[in-house]
Design a protein around this ligand. Structure first.
Ligand SMILES: Nc1ncnc2c1ncn2[C@@H]1O[C@H](COP(=O)(O)OP(=O)(O)O)[C@@H](O)[C@H]1O
Ligand SMILES: [Mg+2]
Length: 242
């Protein structure tokens, strides 16, 4: 059984169908990519899966539960946690307090939340900035904080929405290292990216959305050769040799 199964999910905004009968499955322990041009419906799908939007039709199954229509809080508590494309830390709170807030999902003890948050900040490389006000962090560090907050909720599965957007090459490599470290800890990952260069090398399978429709699924090397994908999005320069 898949850890996450998105079945025939459809979501429209007025006359615009942002997701049309999308099917995606993620097995436990996988890193799966979801790519597509801007406006393809990636964030909408995210919002439907994580309870921020209610799909018009279709189902979302997570860890054996039909979570369609559940609230974001309930979904998060079940172990499916997301990051936002636009990072939203509590700007006037410290880095440590931001992470502690997320930790209160599982504990009422301030001491426990603080200890867990400190350990996680060590892991994500933000320990020396724990007293800083979140609003003063760089974009890369705000993303790191967002990820640390997500970890504080003890996820089984993490969904990242354009977590690399706006990062320099070095920062992107650091972010990839961090994602691989999370994966080694057993966390299943769905990586949504507009920039496919970061998704291809680390994903086991990649799904491609275009105009709300899933047009391809396969191993990164297959996807890079897929004519429909090349036409929709990737362009000739991504065509695999041979
Ligand atoms: N809340 C909304 N209301 C109306 N249209 C929306 C809304 N959210 C997204 N859309 C539209 O749905 C389509 C898919 O958007 P989105 O899911 O953000 O794509 P992506 O994340 O792949 O760039 C776009 O045409 C976008 O304008
Ligand atoms: Mg988006």
């Amino acid at each position: 059984m898949s850890l996450l199964e998105i079945k025939n999910l459809t979501k429209s905004f007025g006359g615009l169908t942002a997701n049309q009968k999308v099917n995606i499955a993620v097995e436990e322990g996988e890193i799966v990519g979801l790519i597509g041009p801007n406006g393809a419906g990636k964030t909408t799908l995210f919002n439907c899966v994580t309870g921020h939007y209610r799909p018009d039709s279709g189902q979302v199954i997570f860890d054996g539960h039909d979570i369609t229509g559940w609230s974001p809080e309930r979904i998060c508590k079940a172990g499916l946690v997301r990051t936002f494309q636009i990072v939203k830390p509590f700007m006037s709170m410290s880095v440590l307090e931001n992470v502690m807030t997320a930790g209160f999902l599982h504990t009422n003890s301030t001491a426990v939340a603080k200890k867990n948050a400190s350990e996680l900040l060590e892991f994500t490389g933000l320990a020396d900035k724990r007293r800083m006000v979140a609003g003063n962090l760089t974009v890369a560090d705000k993303k790191r904080l967002e990820l640390t907050r997500a970890l504080a909720t003890k996820p089984k599965m993490l969904m990242f929405d354009e977590v690399m957007a706006g990062l320099t090459a070095t920062e992107t490599n650091d972010a990839i290292d961090l994602i691989l470290a999370l994966h080694r800890q057993g966390i299943t990952i769905l990586l949504v990216e507009h920039v496919m260069e970061v998704v291809m090398p680390i994903s086991k399978r990649v799904n491609v959305l275009d105009y709300g429709v899933k047009i391809a699924e396969g191993e990164p090397a297959q996807i890079a050769r897929n004519e429909r994908v090349i036409k929709a999005y990737l362009g000739e320069k991504y065509r695999a040799p041979g």
